[in-house]
Design a protein around this ligand. Sequence first.
Ligand SMILES: Cc1cc2nc3c(=O)[nH]c(=O)nc-3n(C[C@H](O)[C@H](O)[C@H](O)COP(=O)(O)OP(=O)(O)OC[C@H]3O[C@@H](n4cnc5c(N)ncnc54)[C@H](O)[C@@H]3O)c2cc1C
Ligand SMILES: NC(=O)c1ccc[n+]([C@@H]2O[C@H](COP(=O)([O-])OP(=O)(O)OC[C@H]3O[C@@H](n4cnc5c(N)ncnc54)[C@H](O)[C@@H]3O)[C@@H](O)[C@H]2O)c1
Length: 468
Amino acid sequence: MRDHYDLLVLGSGPGGQKAAIAAAKLGKQAALVDGGSMMGGVCVNTGTIPSKTLREAVVHLTGMSVRDVYGANFRVKEEITMADLSARTTHVVRREAEVVRDQLSRNRVDLYDGMARFTGPNSVVVEAPGLPARHLTADKFVIAVGTRPARPADVDFGSDRVVDSDGVLQLTEIPQTLVVVGAGVIGIEYASMFAALGTKVTVVESRPAFLDFCDSEIVEALKFELRDLRVAFRLGESVVKVQADEQGTVTTLASGKRIPADTVLYSAGRQGATDSLDLAAAGLEADKRGRLVVDKQFRTEVEHIYAVGDVIGFPALASTSMEQGRLAAYHAFGEQVNSLIELQPIGIYSIPEISYCGHTEDELTRAAIPYEVGVARYRELARGAIVGDSHGKLKLLVSTEDRKLLGVHVVGTSATELVHVGQAVMTCGGTVDHLVDTVFNYPTLSEAYKVAALDVTNKIRAASRFDV
Ligand SMILES: Cc1cc2nc3c(=O)[nH]c(=O)nc-3n(C[C@H](O)[C@H](O)[C@H](O)COP(=O)(O)OP(=O)(O)OC[C@H]3O[C@@H](n4cnc5c(N)ncnc54)[C@H](O)[C@@H]3O)c2cc1C
Ligand SMILES: NC(=O)c1ccc[n+]([C@@H]2O[C@H](COP(=O)([O-])OP(=O)(O)OC[C@H]3O[C@@H](n4cnc5c(N)ncnc54)[C@H](O)[C@@H]3O)[C@@H](O)[C@H]2O)c1
């Protein structure tokens, strides 16, 4: 392997992978550095992929998704263990890491096993236990080192009863009681998985509401379903201390309340993984949460160094990180490129899952944009009855001025897939009439689009009675 590259990428998560491959496709010599056991990044090893595989196993083994069909007591497996759940996860993680490794090597991206540290604006040293240090230089860099769970000092992580989103994957037993600290996406996804497994879950969140970037009616629907699974919410309450011993844990809130539980999942935010990069050697500085500032082209203040993915902050998704990586590499090598599309979907894999694209009702109301709402309930769709989801719903928000689709919000089975139909219409600037005129396969959940679109147009027609 060589010592000098056109592009050196630090981190093999979604952002780093796509940056390296994009550069290779442009005929550039690219290399990527990461710890060998982290191939695929947080995404493949501790974040997206294991959590989504675990969720799939939970939904399948508990029989959750078909209880409307076979009865509330239906179980696919009576005694579900952590080993049952993690068997599939281990397999999928290994397979995905292999896919990443294979894609990089067939694109002739050199892989370096270790952690990179800047020694100058154009040079790094790669260090790994038991391996000689490797000095590399490059014309351009992409920093894609991601984040790690935040670990405040007043939380006792010394015990295996207090875990973060990395440690939750190592639990050997399903806890009977669980406190989830932080109702961000990670907290809510894991709260719903454990609740579905029968764990009594308490969610503590310092803000008065959670997932407040989503449509409030959809979050209400999710909250209702989670309460039905015995989840208790302590909203507007901050955790000040978490203690643990062999018997269990106690979580203390600022209000003085103390909540005992077998296990605590601490999911109150993440920290950029920049502290070991020696950014100063490259002329860079991170903010106090370890994150880097970039411009619209993902360039840091040092012109030849780009940063993408979770290390640059919001929206911190695998989906957007990939696109940022590709765009950064294209920009670095002068390839004609569009900027990152603004209309991006959000998918939250709670049970039930929720997803949306475009504006929420609150946003439109605040901006005084007149809109009408159309709703389709899964219980009125033949596919809803077949799959046994009577709670799901899809909601369309449509401009009453030009009939353009402004937002789509879904809660229920396949929400994260369904959202893309609305996203495609919105991306093309389409109106609700496109959906009214479309013939959908029957019986499908996608048919919800037609039902909701007709609902909107009926309401708009009724309201236009007094138009001159
Ligand atoms: C529990 C959980 C669930 C999630 N679920 C979803 C989801 O459903 N959908 C979604 O879109 N997103 C999800 N995310 C977010 C998603 O995982 C991240 O947005 C994505 O992984 C960020 O990609 P990245 O390119 O920033 O790199 P990351 O995946 O964060 O990987 C960074 C890599 O950089 C490496 N690295 C760190 N320091 C160095 C160094 N000095 N030298 C070399 N390498 C280094 C690390 O070892 C790591 O492998 C989830 C995250 C978590 C934690
Ligand atoms: N499906 C998905 O797309 C998906 C899934 C999981 C994670 N992610 C991404 O991973 C990132 C990290 O997620 P996260 O959930 O860890 O972080 P987050 O920062 O979104 O949520 C942390 C929550 O903890 C709360 N909190 C902080 N300190 C607290 C305290 N002392 N007591 C009580 N509550 C407290 C915060 O108010 C916040 O709501 C996010 O950017 C998210 O988008 C995405």
